[in-house]
Design a protein around this ligand. Structure first.
Ligand code: KIV
Length: 272
């Protein structure tokens, strides 16, 4: 017997595929906690990504490498509790899938069982083929991630645009075709030339989601703290800021401090 928690029509991999086929762009944002997830889900975001960027924006690390599987599961389970409609993808953290496909399967199963997420995302192409195959064989939807893959930052050395040279572009196309052939339901392309992203989106039948990959892909993803302007320092060319929450929150907190110091807060009306 199945138990239905709500009548809302949930986003599925099948629906995402249909969206590509009918030319409807897919909206995706990161989320790391319950309260934010409820807002993003109610606002109509199609896919919520519990990104390992939590390592940067939630924990203050310089890279995504330190975040652990347990920490990702904690963030993901909080997000899942806030969602009615969106499809929730959980990043597999660095060290949980590279090199050993049995370990990769164990990690993916832990994510699915313990967080309630709907799919996982892995960075890389041919080099993680066995892990992707093994996870898919367990019935877990897999999203790929190519181009700038932040878990390999120490190999790249910088966060600049990837695949500008033909050899790297060719390898990226081959990796994308391989991930599709293995059965991935979608691929994220990060920080690559717009024309290359266009070629991939045209050649592949699965949805291609871009971040810094231009407009000719099937959907867009941004880190929610960046697009809401919570984080002021990060200003890459591809980022559009939809709010200045840093200023709004700073003003609100400064007013609170002022009111506490001046004993304006709490008033008689705000007391029992
Ligand atoms: O972790 C993350 O936020 C991501 C996006 C940048 C795609 O992988």
């Amino acid at each position: 017997m199945s138990v239905h928690k709500s009548d809302v029509k949930k986003v599925t991999t099948h629906q995402l595929q249909n969206m590509k086929e009918r030319g409807e762009k897919i909206s995706m944002l990161t989320a790391y906690d319950y309260s934010m997830a409820t807002i993003l889900d109610a606002a109509g975001v199609d896919v919520l990504l519990v990104g390992d960027s939590a390592s940067n924006v939630m924990a203050g690390h310089e890279t995504t490498l330190p975040i652990t599987l347990d920490q990702m599961i904690y963030h993901a389970s909080s997000v899942v509790r806030g969602v009615n409609r969106a499809f929730v993808v959980v990043d597999m953290p660095f060290g949980s899938y590279q090199g050993n496909s049995s370990e990769a399967l164990r990690s993916a199963i832990r994510i699915m069982k313990e967080s309630g997420g709907h799919g996982v995302k892995l960075e890389g192409g041919a080099e993680i083929k066995e892990s992707v195959t093994r996870i898919l064989s367990a019935g877990v939807p897999v999203m790929g991630h190519l181009g700038l893959t932040p878990q390999s930052i120490y190999k790249f050395g910088t966060y600049t645009v990837r695949a500008k040279e033909e050899a790297e572009a060719q390898k990226l196309i081959e990796d994308a075709l391989l991930l599709q052939e293995l059965g991935c339901f979608s691929i994220v392309l990060e920080k690559i030339p717009s024309e290359l992203a266009k070629r991939v989106a045209e050649q592949l039948h699965i949805p291609i989601i871009g971040i810094g990959a231009g407009p000719h892909v099937d959907g867009q993803v941004l880190v929610v703290h960046d697009m809401l302007g919570i984080n002021k320092e990060f200003k890459p060319r591809f980022l559009r800021r939809y709010a200045d929450l840093h200023t709004i929150m700073t003003d609100a907190v400064q007013n609170y401090v002022k009111d506490v110091k001046s004993q304006d807060f709490p008033s008689e009306k705000e007391a029992y």
